[in-house]
Design a protein around this ligand. Sequence first.
Ligand code: EPU
Length: 334
Amino acid sequence: MDLSGHNSFRMKVSCRNFLEYDCAADLEKLDFGAMEGGVKHIGGGSNLLFTADFPGTILHSAIRFIEQKDDSLVSVGAGVVFDELCEWAAEHGLWGPENLSHIPGEVGAAAVQNIGAYGVEAKDIIKTVHCFDMRSRRFTDFDVADCRYGYRESIFKSEEYRNRYIVTAVDFVFRRDGAPVLGYGNIRDAVLRISENPGPAEVRRAIIATRRAKLPEVSETGSAGSFFKNPVVSPQFFSELSARTEGTVPHYEVKAADGRDMVKIPAAWLIERCGWKGVVLGGAGVCKTQPLVLINASGDASPEEIVELENRIRQSVLENFGIELSPEVEHIPR
Ligand code: EPU
């Protein structure tokens, strides 16, 4: 089966079987061990790069419900498009996901990847992640604290748990009496231009306009959003780097999972400084307005061309700054 409609990079790859289910109980009937060539569960395919045809079965959730349980608790099926949830919350006057508006992808993947933008991460609004354990074949719930969320990290991405748990639904806490989160970059100005007394719908509009101005629309240009993570380095490494570059490196102070002080550096800046902004190599390219995003520039790029560009960027950031970029995008197979 052709997978070009199931990955936002629009790689022309295929898989042996594609299996979509719309009810969590269907998972209990599947014999994963008997699926030849392996099993991989995907969401909207907006954060992955198929590097070759997949020899086994691709699973996809079509569990699509949004159910308000009480004033603040909202339970959502893993197959709901995340932005549709953002739209639903804004229409219902609920605060929570508005800063995450317009991020491509589905609810299940948002909980695995801990998606984030403009000062908000999925973990800030998640209460419980409902899963199916492919190993024990049982349903199990993870409270947000058990998910070990970090910057684009979770327990579901760990060596031990990856490809073991399937997210079936996520419970979120949204608030009617919340307040806008406007601390990131120039978001405050973008929101205040729309309204002096913004509700979730006005913040959502400002976020969408901000993203549209910088990020390619996946409906027009194949990409998987940010291709690399922003590197996090020690304060000592940062002060050496800063001395070498005359204090020009933008940076943010962050805390490591163990509480240590660390420094986050925008990968976009490193990539731009290495001269990659807007560069096209074969069918693959670096976005002109946000160099953290690699694009399928020709519309017909091969996985090899994207990987070649990825490797060349990583190599030059390593040579110029001594920093190893790691991809945010999942490569399948790895
Ligand atoms: N920058 C440049 N040149 C550019 C663009 C940015 O030097 O052309 C530098 C600037 O210093 C700028 C900084 O990068 O201040 C940060 O840029 P931006 O606000 O665009 O954010 P980002 O760190 O590059 C992250 C997320 C995005 C998310 C934005 C906004 C990651 C890997 N990416 O990007 O997420 O939309 O913040 O919150 O953390 C995604 O994950 O797919 C994604 C798009």
